[in-house]
Design a protein around this ligand. Structure first.
Ligand code: G4P
Length: 526
């Protein structure tokens, strides 16, 4: 059957890392192996071309970071690989967290010199929370980095996950030669090449093969054999089940820039990574192979051309087949809508498609009716879960600088928060508090309000530390808390009350004083 076949073909995932670990380079190398691009450097140069034509993207150019999340699809060895790109900069972490709701697995890149970094830990926390299967790629092995065993220990300890190496480096630093593939039990050595894929120099089955000595010194072969013996002795055999349950992370070593260890990673990835399976909706669990279409919006992207103020909603298909021009139910609005030009992203090309399958991410033209988290179905009343808002870390009051433009400002801030650029909380009925993960978003908001909506604003800092969504079965206690703490209470976009705590200590006191209240760190709770 078409549906089952298409589902089995698909691998939808994200490559994530602390900035500079090599996420972009690895993405490019995957695209090279997939034949989606011919020379590396294309992804970056595409970013630069965009910045030349759009003011908003000027920010990205100036700051040298990737603001937008994009999707890149390609065919590889009979599979359809969908890579969801995520911004590396920590100020856009929330965007990354949301993208992680739309993937079936992730590849986490770690720099072998720096080891586990701050953003690596936070991203891993998000993956663990959702039991997302994680593969770890330890990059830059061509540098004098840390000892591989030491890195594995650090990963286990800091990321709180059991690891199992599936490839192993042959030497390290300047003498790094490539990796032995313990999963497929084979060894390929490649010539270092930053922009292209070259044929492998040798292809052998065992590290004991004398052929290997033509390419690497005997001492390297001995060390490799010793290390492999040690690994097989110390680590349990790889379990695909534990990996798929998010309990065990297979580890690969390599150098993305030199193409070392990349093919081993990609080939094993397409074998072991999960295809679309099931997803939790508020009402029930949806299985990918169900005939009826379901899916949800996880990102809204404003058109970067100021002459066309439309938006693209990124829609992840969870079950069934999506068809162009067919009417679907927008469950939040209870309204039927259809899409005449849904788009898909193959490498750098965007094209209109007639159909799409579970695991695919398509772009839907949106004139303002779609929000992050919205579900589309063929008629069933469903709402997908797992697209929570996380507490912002910086809070500021939005002040209008031009009273004649109040309407524009209101519309602008509403639309920008719907896109997920920031969260909006309303206090005392009208005071607008904008919450973000990083300072950079305030620059983005100011810039976009001015350039896209003609509104001018200031942001006044507030001392809040975090937002906690509050619920309770004891409605009286909830009401009393809201009344007493009115200067620290605001409403989110769904009108849910939120406690803006000035410190962890304030939260602790509130918890003690109001034991029947529940304080949630994300907007989604049962
Ligand atoms: P990111 O998306 O995770 O932020 O990282 P990105 O791929 O942009 O890589 C960050 C830097 O690390 C880049 O250097 C890149 O060339 C380098 N890099 C990536 N993989 C490897 C590797 O395997 N070995 C070594 N030695 N370096 C690697 P840059 O100087 O910041 O940028 P560029 O001018 O080279 O593009």
């Amino acid at each position: 059957m078409d549906l089952t076949r298409e589902i089995a073909k698909r691998k939808t995932f994200a490559i994530i890392s602390h900035p500079d670990a090599g996420k972009t380079t690895l993405t490019e190398k995957f695209l090279l192996f997939g034949g989606a691009i011919q020379t590396a450097g294309a992804v970056k140069s595409n970013k630069i071309r965009k910045t030349a034509t759009s003011d908003f993207m000027e920010i990205e150019k100036q700051r040298g970071i990737s603001v937008a999340t994009s999707v890149m699809g390609f065919e590889y060895k009979g599979r359809r690989v969908n890579i969801l790109d995520t911004p590396g900069h920590k100020d856009f972490a929330e965007d990354t967290y949301r993208t992680l709701t739309a993937v079936d697995s992730v590849i986490l890149v770690v720099d072998c010199v720096k080891g586990v970094e701050a953003q690596t830990e936070r991203l891993m926390e998000v993956c663990s929370m959702r039991h997302t299967p994680v593969i770890i790629f330890i990059n830059k092995m061509d540098r004098e980095g840390r000892n591989p065993f030491e890195l594995l220990d650090e990963i286990e300890e800091k990321l709180q996950i059991q690891v199992r190496p599936l490839t192993w480096p042959i030497s390290q630093g300047q003498t790094f030669k490539g990796v032995y593939n313990m999963y497929n039990k084979e060894l390929n050595l490649f010539e270092a090449n930053a922009t292209k894929i070259s044929a492998s120099l040798i292809k052998i089955k065992s590290p004991d093969d004398p052929e290997l000595l033509k390419w690497i010194p005997e001492s390297f072969c001995e060390k490799l054999n010793e290390d492999i013996d040690l690994i097989e002795g110390v680590y349990e055999p790889f379990s695909e089940d534990l990996y798929r349950d998010g309990l065990l992370a297979p580890v690969f070593f390599g150098s993305a820039i030199n193409n070392f260890g990349v093919q081993e990673l990609l080939d094993t990835f397409i074998q072991i990574a999960p295809s679309p399976h099931e997803r939790e909706a508020a009402q029930r669990t949806v299985i990918a192979s169900e005939e009826a279409l379901t899916g949800f919006v996880f990102k809204i992207h404003a058109n970067l051309d100021p002459n066309h103020r439309d938006r693209t909603a990124f829609f992840r298909i969870c079950s069934g087949k999506f068809e162009r021009n067919k009417f679907y139910l927008h469950t939040r609005l209870g309204k039927k809508i259809r899409f005449s030009s849904p788009t898909q992203f193959m490498a750098n090309e965007k094209s209109v498609i007639d159909e799409a399958w579970p695991g695919d991410v398509i772009g839907l033209y949106d004139n303002g009716s779609l929000k992050i988290g919205d579900t589309l179905t063929e008629g069933e009343d469903l709402q997908f879960r797992g697209i929570p808002s996380f507490s912002p870390e910086i809070f500021k009051v939005l002040e209008n600088r031009d009273p004649l433009k109040t309407k524009q400002l209101d519309k602008g801030i509403r639309q920008l928060t719907e896109e997920g650029v920031a969260q909006l909380f309303i206090q005392y009925g009208s005071r607008k508090i904008v919450g973000t993960v990083g300072e950079l978003q305030f620059d983005v908001i100011k810039f976009r309000l001015e350039h896209e909506y003609g509104a001018q604003c200031d942001f006044l800092p507030l001392r809040y530390h975090k937002a906690f969504w509050i619920t309770s079965d004891n409605k009286e206690q909830l009401q009393e808390f809201i009344r007493r703490k009115s200067n620290a209470i605001a409403l989110d976009r769904e009108d849910h009350p939120v406690f803006l705590a000035e410190s962890e200590w304030m939260l602790k006191v509130a918890r003690e004083d109001y034991p029947e209240l529940e304080f949630h760190a994300t907007s989604e709770f049962k």
